[in-house]
Write a protein that binds this ligand. Structure first.
Ligand code: SF4
Length: 181
């Protein structure tokens, strides 16, 4: 549910909303029975709240109806849930089930994969395929977390802090703000 809410929204904002949301709706069955306006009210500040409420409600109903009230642990099954595409599926599989079926490609992973020359594509699906070819499978889960952390702390979108970057000698990005080579 939190991963669905994180679309176009900061993790900090999602983390402000989820404690009360999960207090009110503590199980998939509780979400499935809740009215859309009741869910919308709780998640309004995360943006696109009407669409997200529909996804949360639809996903909960499907989890209850098709998967015995438990979030499924395979990509194929996760992708049948409303609001879930590969990124969300990879997050849930990696973080909740410790299963590496793919590589999470969010906005940071997309940007950094291009800057570091790991993929030429701007399409998340193609970038994921490129990363799956390059990164050893036992690093798929940690790699995304590491890249996301790097993208937040150092390789930020507009003015990357190249002078502080431990990857600087490996990086040939055109928009570097400092270069040793
Ligand atoms: S050198 Fe600069 S552009 Fe390259 S990865 Fe580091 S922070 Fe990002």
């Amino acid at each position: 549910m939190a991963t669905i809410l994180s679309a176009q929204c900061t993790d900090a904002r999602v983390n402000m909303v989820t404690p009360e949301l999960f207090r009110k709706f503590p199980t998939p069955a509780a979400f499935a029975q809740a009215s859309l306006p009741a869910i919308e009210e709780e998640i309004r500040s995360t943006g696109f709240f009407r669409n997200k409420a529909r996804s949360l409600s639809g996903a909960a109903k499907k989890v209850v109806a098709d998967f015995g009230g438990k979030v499924p642990d395979s990509m194929d099954q996760l992708l049948t849930l409303p609001g879930v595409a590969r990124k969300t599926g990879n997050v849930v599989l990696g973080v909740a089930f410790h299963k590496a079926e793919g590589v999470v490609v969010d906005t940071h992973v997309l940007r950094l994969s291009q800057r570091l020359g790991l993929s030429q594509s701007g399409d998340p699906k193609r970038v994921e395929e490129d990363l799956m070819r390059i990164i050893p499978r036992d690093r798929w889960i940690s790699f995304s977390h590491e890249l996301i952390h790097h993208g937040r702390q150092i390789c930020v979108a507009r003015k990357p802090r190249c002078i502080e970057c431990p990857l600087e000698t490996l990086c040939h990005a055109a928009d570097k703000t400092w270069s040793s080579h």
